[in-house]
Ligand binder design. Sequence first.
Ligand SMILES: Nc1ncnc2c1ncn2[C@@H]1O[C@H](COP(=O)(O)OP(=O)(O)O)[C@@H](O)[C@H]1O
Ligand SMILES: [Mg+2]
Length: 366
Amino acid sequence: MGKIKVAVVFGGRSAEHEISLQSAKNVIDALDRKKYEPILIGIDRDGRWFLNENSLKLLNADDPKLIQLAVGDHEVALTPTGKSSQLISLSRNTSLSGIDVIFPVLHGPYGEDGTIQGLSKLANIPCVGAGILGSAVGMDKDVMKRLLRDAGIPTARFITITGKNQKIYPYDSIRSLISPVVFVKPANLGSSVGISKAGDEASYNKAVSEAFKFDLKIIVEEEIKGREIECAILGNDDPKASALGEIIPQEEFYSYSAKYLNEKGALLEIPAKVSHHVEERMKRLAAEAFRVLECTGMARVDMFLAANDNIYINEINTIPGFTRISMYPKLWEYSGISYGDLIDRLISLAMEDFEQRNQLQTSMEF
Ligand SMILES: Nc1ncnc2c1ncn2[C@@H]1O[C@H](COP(=O)(O)OP(=O)(O)O)[C@@H](O)[C@H]1O
Ligand SMILES: [Mg+2]
């Protein structure tokens, strides 16, 4: 049997472009070359796809600041043309290669939200991680929280505001409906972009306008005073939960700057120091959230641990960071699965799920 061709797709149009490059470098380095043949596809900030022989050198740099996407002239696209020639060259007008599996290392919109997953499905290629529905649901904090609430999984109280109902939610009504201190967030984003904490009329109005810069729909959520605990989930039908990790922000909250700009913005603690009983409950809730939100393959579930051991699910990330120091691979490493084995397992899970779905009948037989 030939090697499995893995298209690692990275870069992209989101605020997390750089993180994606660092994650991709680590994923590519970890692919067992005896089993896999990597195909590098870099997406530039305008959304164009390039076949990236040229990026290999830059991706292999050890200094994170040197990691860049080399934009060559070899622009490519995926097409729904069947099994052997999905990748075509736009610049050379030829079909290039078949792809056995896609590993999207893209965060935020245009990657984590179901778009790449849909493209993979049209091109008939297995794709690592959640499918279209799980990705889209995980990306939309409003829909995600409604599904959690519906399943009886605790999540912070919230309301959703769109342009149309904005007028009926002045700070006074938020104060009585939700709480005096709230977090205001764009519904579909990540990396804490557009998120602010507000505790009075002026800061609330400012937070609402800020969030509306990034989305047509925003959520206003009660502040949960608690610790931020994360759990990594791996699997399809029978997802497993890793040990827990704690994020200890050194700024007012785990903001964009605490995540990416300030090297001392947050501390990571693995394992999180919680009682055995709390740990078991958090793992169970994280795995349940994964199932309720229709995820497959992988996800990182972020929770709050508040007073009296009350647990709230904050959010799910269907394509978590994959740098060597990222929480998702670190949690699995601590739980006994090395970085390389994790990548291998994720690819197998994607191929298994794909096979299972391919065996389904797609129409009535007459
Ligand atoms: N309801 C809340 N109560 C307290 N802190 C919050 C709340 N919501 C968000 N935060 C803080 O803001 C950060 C980013 O919010 P989050 O919902 O995780 O958005 P993102 O998808 O951008 O990571 C969290 O890690 C946490 O520090
Ligand atoms: Mg978050």
